[in-house]
Design a protein around this ligand. Structure first.
Ligand code: SAM
Length: 577
């Protein structure tokens, strides 16, 4: 699941995850569940607290290390849906306002979306979506107009995603002031007001000022109408927002917005999670219920086991994960992956210098002594490896920042750095090589020429193969990121080759990657079958792997036919000779 820290990477004030959510919708009267007594390591959470739509096979328990969390009461298989809720609040990111519906988050060409004629900022599929959203948009509409009137420049004529999300949360809170359960569930979300990191002061201050302006408040007393009795309460709501907001993603995992769901926000973090939060757009969920947020089991979860998701990108090495968790979520992670281990972390591994097939821990400034775990060979070129990793990180930061403004420069950086890191011995799953490979792949795919050339397609396939190899070493089977990466690779392999290469000999054919002709189709088929199996886990079995899983199934059927025709063609030829 991506969260506030992920959104923050692209712009300063985006939303975070959130707190206790209602499943089908916040319009429904909530089912209240007194918190359950803990049966293992936890204690009861506050007894008077109530949780919206908590599934009956899940408990809230409290532990000394991570506060309240969600625990399974029954056994769950990988791919089971643990929770399915419509978030309390969701907003589209500014960059998607004119390509997606602000009510159901469905994507459409701008020509078929309808724009609110008053604020001219928010777009909908149709009048049904517009009417449904009006309960919140009527306040937002006026606020957006006022904001735009005094905006110093057109690029800031719409407030940030975070400010718009907080605005919606407070207007909704006002409307729900008689619904004690709703209000309590929001107020029960974890706040870190008393321990805000100095690095976050600026963000909190910026959000507070922008929010007060957006709500049109002229004095602190006016905060009372939103249930905030002081500046302290304002900081609290912002801290809750940062700690508890979730990124809304498309079925292909593109981040498109932010959402607040109190029940899902009760889930604690692990860098090696047993569950994941996705928005799969399942075929049996009506679009009026979208965006629908689902927590899916990635592994088998036993009764009395805590449900844990990841708040951050778990392909990152430990120091970067710990930094992100401390900065945004105020805690030091002590999950199994973060504990000192004798095993090599594939995120920080290099190949054995003697090419025995084993790996060694990548040397660091603090510990430059490294040897292969298999043959014990000592790594000698530590300075060169340290330099390559440092330069690779700098290039990654630069290319990430440039990817939308200067595509060519970003592509040049990734193209130049990948061979340097590879030749210095980093494994495909090692940071920053994996991150550069993923960025390189996405840059190549977005720049595929039309008409397509064999070279460009094969380059993109090679890049996607490098990424999937790296991802498979660091993410658990069925992780949605793995499933989507495999689906992307399989789809590219299945594309008709513009100019298939004829290998000169069987040896050349065996070494050629990607292969051509029937071998390529067969590889496409096997990759899509693998993708589908993993998508069925990460996006839910009953969802058939979500929108992408269903698409992949169609691709598999088409390839089966194509491979069948091809086999038949060969048989016919053989019969003729
Ligand atoms: C989204 S909330 C999770 C629910 C929270 N425990 C509660 O009581 O509301 C995130 C906060 O929970 C705590 N937390 C989550 N995972 C943790 C972990 N693995 N170790 C320690 N604290 C954790 C941190 O304070 C973090 O900022």
């Amino acid at each position: 699941m991506s969260s506030f820290s992920g959104l923050k990477a692209s712009r300063i004030s985006k939303e975070s995850k959130s707190y206790v959510a209602s499943s089908s919708t916040s319009e429904k009267s909530p089912t209240t569940h007194p918190l359950q007594p803990s049966s293992t390591e936890g204690e009861n959470a506050d007894s008077e607290q109530v949780i919206y739509d908590l599934p009956s096979n899940i408990d809230v328990r409290k532990s000394n290390t991570s506060g309240r969390g969600l625990w399974a009461k029954a056994y769950h298989r990988p791919g089971d849906i643990l929770i399915s809720v419509k978030p309390h609040i969701a907003v589209l990111s500014n960059q998607y306002l004119n390509s997606h519906c602000s009510n159901c988050f469905g994507s459409s060409p701008a020509s078929s979306l309808k724009r609110c004629t008053t604020c001219r900022t928010i777009w909908y599929c149709d009048s049904t979506c517009q009417n449904k959203d009006w309960v919140l948009h009527k306040r937002e509409c006026a606020a957006l107009q006022e904001w735009a009137k005094v905006a110093p420049s057109p690029d800031v004529s719409v407030p940030s995603d975070a400010v718009r999300c907080l605005g919606r949360l407070l207007w909704r809170r006002q409307q729900k002031s008689n619904d004690g359960t709703w209000v309590k569930s929001v107020e029960a979300m974890q706040s870190h007001r008393t321990s805000i990191q100095s690095s976050s002061f600026e963000l909190h201050t910026h959000l507070s000022h922008a929010l007060v302006r957006y709500l049109g408040l002229s004095s602190p007393q006016e905060l009372v109408e939103f249930g905030l009795s002081s500046a302290r309460d304002l900081v609290d709501i912002i801290s809750r927002f940062i700690t508890n907001t979730f990124t809304v993603t498309t079925p292909t995992l593109t981040p498109v917005g932010a959402s607040i769901s109190p029940v899902v926000a009760l889930i604690n973090h692990s860098c090696d999670p047993n569950a994941v939060v996705v928005f799969p757009r399942a075929s049996d969920i009506p679009s009026s219920q979208e965006p629908q947020m689902q927590v899916i089991a990635l592994r088998a979860i036993q009764p009395d086991e805590e449900i844990l998701t990841s708040y951050i990108d778990t392909t990152l090495p430990k120091d970067q994960r710990q930094k992100a968790l401390q900065e945004t979520y105020n805690f030091d992670c002590s999950c199994d992956l973060c504990k000192i281990s004798t095993e090599i972390d594939p995120r920080e591994a290099i190949w054995c210098p003697n090419s025995c097939g084993g790996t060694c821990p990548a040397p660091t400034e603090e510990n430059s002594l490294s040897r292969c775990t298999k043959c014990k060979a000592i790594v000698k070129n530590t300075d060169a490896i340290l330099d390559a990793r440092r330069v690779g990180q700098e290039a990654l930061d630069k290319a990430t920042a440039l990817q939308f403004q200067d595509h060519a420069k970003a592509q040049q950086l990734t193209t130049n750095l990948i061979p340097i890191l590879t030749s210095s011995g980093l494994t495909p799953s090692s940071h920053p090589l994996l991150a550069l490979s993923r960025l390189h792949q996405s840059l190549l795919i977005s720049a595929l020429p039309s008409p397509l050339t064999q070279e460009a397609l094969d380059d993109a396939i090679r890049a996607a193969t490098r990424s999937t190899t790296g991802l498979s070493a660091v993410l658990t089977y069925g992780h949605p990121v793995r499933g989507i990466a495999l689906a992307e690779l399989g789809k590219m392999l299945a594309v008709d080759e513009p100019m298939p290469k004829e290998p000169g000999s069987p040896v050349e054919a065996a070494l050629m990657y990607p292969p051509s002709g029937a071998a390529r189709l067969k590889l496409a088929y096997e990759t899509l079958v693998r993708a589908r199996k993993e998508l069925m886990v990460g996006f839910g079995r009953v969802n058939e792997g979500g929108e992408v899983g269903r698409e992949v199934r169609e691709g598999i059927v088409a390839l089966e036919k194509e491979l069948g025709v091809w086999k038949q063609g060969v048989r016919n030829v053989l019969e003729l000779v």
